[in-house]
Write a protein that binds this ligand. Structure first.
Ligand code: FEO
Ligand code: CA
Ligand code: CA
Ligand code: CA
Length: 603
């Protein structure tokens, strides 16, 4: 049938797709269309996309590269909206041709800086359930890049740990990059996590924090120090430049003149993202992961309560919520039960309370700039790479995607513990947690501000037909889609969890994809695959507007293992090798935000 199943977004699951397939696969009865591709012009004066001639000014006026966090904010009447997404990093090898001169090289580096950051773009459509189109020149369209001024807020703003020669006030940091996942706040702003910021800097390995944050004095991955001295922190006046990255940033997409901010009160680490829960008494908690092997899970609780309503005054108040509050890190305990339900307890260990450091020997500013050191000191639980950490909009339970840990249980590294239960003793020697897992947390009395919690394992991911790996699907014992490396989480309107993956090609040898997981009732744990992304890509976003029969994903880094001369992907425009493209057609992949909608009936 053209329209399988019943109800909004009913679908017949797709079969797993091979890792080398250069296609986006969606269920029968659905279609996919690109909304925005790398290089699409956003403004009236944007030059046309032409990667054969890298140009920083052009890129700054075009859609950026490698989208990770995504949200689609629909305006009240349903026909217009805003697409908000970040541009995490770049794949220079496939984006631009090799350079011959120093001038060309400098222009490429500046173009790559402009391809990072964040985009806000207006959308329009003819009717609900119809595909969206972006609006070139939309009034609220905006690009943020590696050079956009951001205001630092919170206790570490203005401290001597964040001042530089160019910014002696320590209050204005230029740019955002490495922005991985994020979250949309109930007051209509976007939070985005500055994750792998260390790769952008050269730094003194003996400087405080360098080792713990992975900063080294070798040439940076991105090479920006060749065109902007602030990326070389060994240069006089720039020692603190790396201290101005690794924060949660907050962007107001509804106010094109607003200054974006970095919230020091939420700590500095490799922030994956942040997701907000507002309790019914107005308490505001933000859940946050540090995505590094053996790093930690955090919670921020705002000092002030959320003010409901749509008034300008309420919004002004809520825009200040993340500038002040308490910061906690998680310690898990519990014993593993033979049935795999693995019920345990946990405590939120305070790092900052009422504006005061709770870590002996560290000031508040030090705790917020060297947060990993503070969490080490209180003996938080080293986790298997926390990615999205997302409270359920109805139940308040918190879902933690631990994407994998290829060092868990290896020589000299921690072995399995209750909350990171693989490798198990029955797995072959040398096993790790290659497939990742998802933890389900219930706060004490279900309060957002609780300082203790209980938890259980929801999913131990993997291919259930692989007898060498113990998998678990919340007790569901029917067939499931193989799933590996959970990364981004979302919920639909009826409360199902949706999981996007990043890494399945190298573990279960399948394309990454998007999966639906019911959390309640008899179907709890029944993992079903909705889509699969093209070769080398990870699935990001995702956004599930089930009542609109629409799903949105950011297809990140398609074909990233190719080169300018030998591309591996032609997504989304598919001009295959050997085919003569039309004049100006691009022969390579473009990271793209895609929407999946119901196929319209023909005949
Ligand atoms: Fe950018 Fe944690 O993935
Ligand atoms: Ca991620
Ligand atoms: Ca998410
Ligand atoms: Ca990822």
């Amino acid at each position: 049938p053209d329209h399988p199943g019943h109800g909004p977004l009913a679908f017949t699951p797709i079969d797993p797709v091979g890792a080398e397939v250069d296609l986006l696969t969606v269920p029968n009865g659905y279609q996919w269309t690109p909304i925005l591709r790398w290089g699409d012009p956003l403004f009236a004066n944007s030059p046309a996309f032409d990667p054969s001639r890298p140009n920083a000014r052009a890129q700054q006026l075009q859609f950026g590269y490698n989208n990770d966090y995504l949200d689609i904010l629909v305006d009240p009447r349903g026909r217009t909206g805003l697409l908000c997404c970040n541009h995490e990093y770049t794949n220079r090898n496939i984006m631009f041709p090799p350079t011959a001169t120093a001038e060309q090289e400098a222009e490429v580096l500046k173009a790559l800086m402009a391809a990072h950051g964040f985009s806000v773009v207006e959308l329009e459509r003819r009717a609900t359930k119809q595909p969206w189109r972006y609006v070139r020149g939309g009034r609220r369209n905006r690009r943020f890049t590696a050079n956009t001024p951001f205001r630092l807020t919170g206790p570490a703003a203005g401290s001597k740990l964040v001042t530089t020669a160019a910014d002696p006030s320590g209050r204005t940091a230029l740019g955002t990059f490495g922005n991985c996942s994020g979250g949309t706040t109930p007051w209509g702003t976007i939070l985005s996590g500055e994750e792998n910021f260390n790769g952008y800097f050269v730094a003194d390995p003996a400087a405080r924090g360098s080792k713990r944050y992975g900063l080294t004095n070798t040439p940076s991955v991105y090479g920006w120090e060749q065109v902007d001295p602030r990326f070389d922190a060994t240069k006089p006046g720039y020692a603190n430049e790396p201290h101005r990255f690794g924060y949660i940033v907050e962007i107001d997409p509804y106010d094109p003149s607003s200054t974006p901010r970095k919230h020091t009160a939420m700590g500095r680490f490799k922030h994956e993202g942040a997701n907000i829960r507002v309790d019914n008494d107005g308490t505001v908690a933000a859940y946050m992961g540090d995505d590094e092997r053996f790093d930690y899970l955090y919670k921020f609780v705002a000092k002030r309560k959320h003010r409901p309503g749509k008034s300008a005054e309420a919004r002004r108040h809520n825009l200040q919520l993340l500038t002040e509050g308490d910061l906690y890190v998680a310690r898990f305990s519990g014993t593993q039960r033979p049935d795999g339900a693995n019920l345990g307890r946990g405590v939120w260990l305070p790092l900052v309370l009422d504006g005061r450091s709770q870590v002996p020997g560290m000031s508040v500013e030090e705790v917020l700039v060297f947060t990993r050191e503070a969490a080490d000191a209180v003996k938080a639980t080293p986790m298997d790479r926390c990615e999205d950490v997302q409270p359920h909009p109805k139940s308040g339970k918190v879902y933690v995607a631990c994407t994998n840990n290829t060092q868990r249980g290896t020589a000299g590294k921690p072995g399995a513990d209750a909350a990171n239960p693989r490798p198990t003793s029955t797995q072959p020697a040398g096993s790790t947690n290659k497939d990742g897992h998802v933890i389900e947390i219930t706060e004490h009395r279900n309060r957002a501000g609780a300082t203790t919690f209980s938890w259980n394992i929801l999913l131990l991911c993997g291919d259930p037909t692989d007898e060498k790996v113990r998998t678990y699907f919340a007790g569901w014992d029917g067939p499931v889609a193989p799933i590996s490396c959970p990364d981004n989480l979302a919920f639909d309107s009826v409360g199902n969890l949706w999981v996007a993956t990043d890494g399945a090609p190298s573990t279960i040898e399948k394309a990454d994809g998007l999966f639906k997981v019911p959390l309640e009732g008899r179907q709890r744990g029944h993992v079903q695959q909705f889509l699969a992304v093209p070769i080398d890509a990870e699935t990001c976003g995702p956004v599930v507007h089930d009542t609109d029969d629409s799903v949105f994903v950011a297809v990140q880094h398609p074909g990233e293992d190719g080169s300018w001369a030998e591309q591996r992907s032609y997504f989304p425009d598919f001009v295959p090798a050997g085919h003569r493209p039309g004049k100006g057609a691009w022969r390579g992949p473009r990271p793209t935000v895609v929407q999946v909608t119901r196929q319209r009936r023909s005949r």
